[in-house]
Design a protein around this ligand. Structure first.
Ligand code: PEP
Ligand code: MN
Length: 356
């Protein structure tokens, strides 16, 4: 994909692309009020979802085609480029007919190759810029596959949106950033622009600024941020939407970093290593939490802490797996010993009532 082109020529050299607008178009008044405020602050690309894929039935599923008329008005009155989500052929045809400038493929759609192919086929022969969100699951190949389907339809103004990945359970983030995945995407497709969506990663207003800064520090090409004239009354994603004023404030506080081409790929690899190490530490901490629960159980049942058979089984199976994955068994022995030692120490603390 050496002939990829930027999705828009609206951004100033050295500045990130900024796409902003509400999660959903709700009414003509809400769309225009938000759009005019954003245009005043210099935003050049406006987003609004017209068709909203909801996790469960019963949520606000978007206003549908009438919303396209509102986007046409935004374009005519503000001069901004307008952008919406498409999930099937009918959406693409309606967006093309309405003169929409850019479309994005949502995370639930990019996880489905049939849907992406249908979108690609209906875009063939046009020069519509397309933004492909990562699939909800952390599968880089599926993300690249979706991008390739669109590219193979002849679309070269193409970009990816990193919106984080679903994880089971409660976390700080609504969708886990797993930064090493977009970083690896950049390594694999260096000409592809990547835009970060801190709104859907964080799921909370207060996380938008730090996530945006992190994305710029990592060399992302731009940001797509949900902005609503009255976020508390939004019909979808209200806890992560910010007013145009707050958006402008955040954009003005972001620090832009210089990137040096020569060391870029080393930097990217190091960023992946940093992220993987963080993940490793978190996962070990999770193992310790389970281990403390076992400690509690052993305490309640007056059991001894170390069970030699169990330890031997763990050691053998972990060494075998490590060897299958190309690592030395002795190296894994050292790691398992160290983890086991810490695990026993924590269980002893539980037994002695020092921690829960
Ligand atoms: C959106 O951008 O409003 C949206 C639905 O996002 P995602 O597909 O990332 O969940
Ligand atoms: Mn949203």
């Amino acid at each position: 994909m050496n002939d990829l082109l930027p999705i828009a020529t609206t951004q100033q050299v050295g500045k990130p692309i900024v796409i902003a607008g509400p999660c959903s178009a709700e009414s003509e008044e809400q769309v225009l009020r938000t759009a005019h405020a954003l245009a005043e602050y210099g935003i050049k690309i406006f987003r609004a979802g017209i068709w909203k894929p909801r996790t469960k039935p019963g949520g606000f599923e978007g206003v549908g085609e009438p919303g396209l008329e509102w986007l046409k008005t935004v374009k005519a009155e503000t001069g901004m480029l307008v952008c919406t989500e498409v999930a099937n052929k009918i959406h693409v045809e309606a967006a093309l007919k309405a003169g929409i400038d850019m479309v994005w493929i949502g995370a639930r759609t990019s996880a489905n190759p049939f849907a992406v192919q249908e979108i690609a086929d209906s875009l063939a022969g046009t020069d519509m810029p397309v933004l492909v969100k990562n699939p909800v699951n952390p599968d880089l190949e599926l993300w690249i596959g979706a991008i390739e389907r669109i590219y193979n339809a002849g679309i070269h103004r193409l970009a990816a949106i990193h919106r984080g990945f679903t994880a089971y359970g409660k976390h700080l983030y609504r969708n886990m950033p797993q930064w090493h995945i977009p970083i690896e995407l950049h390594r694999r497709l260096p000409n592809l622009q990547i835009i970060c969506d801190p709104s859907h990663i964080g799921g909370k207003r207060e996380l938008i600024a730090p996530l945006s800064q992190q994305a710029l520090d990592m060399g992302f090409d731009g940001l797509i941020i949900e902005s609503h004239c009255d976020p508390d009354c939004a019909l979808s994603d209200k806890s992560q939407q910010i007013t145009p004023e707050v958006l402008n404030f955040i954009l003005n506080t972001l620090v832009l970093r210089e990137t040096t081409q020569t060391t870029e790929s080393l930097t990217l690899l190091r960023q992946q290593i940093d992220q993987i190490d963080n993940d490793l530490i978190e996962i070990i901490a999770k193992r310790m939490r389970v281990s403390r629960e076992i400690g509690q159980y052993k305490k309640e049942h007056r059991m001894q802490i170390v069970h030699t058979n169990r330890y031997d089984d763990i050691m053998k199976s972990r060494m075998k797996l490590a060897e299958e994955l190309g690592m030395s068994g002795n190296f894994m022995r050292t790691i398992v010993e160290a983890i086991h030692e810490e695990s026993v120490r924590q269980q002893i603390e539980v037994l002695n009532n020092r921690i829960k």
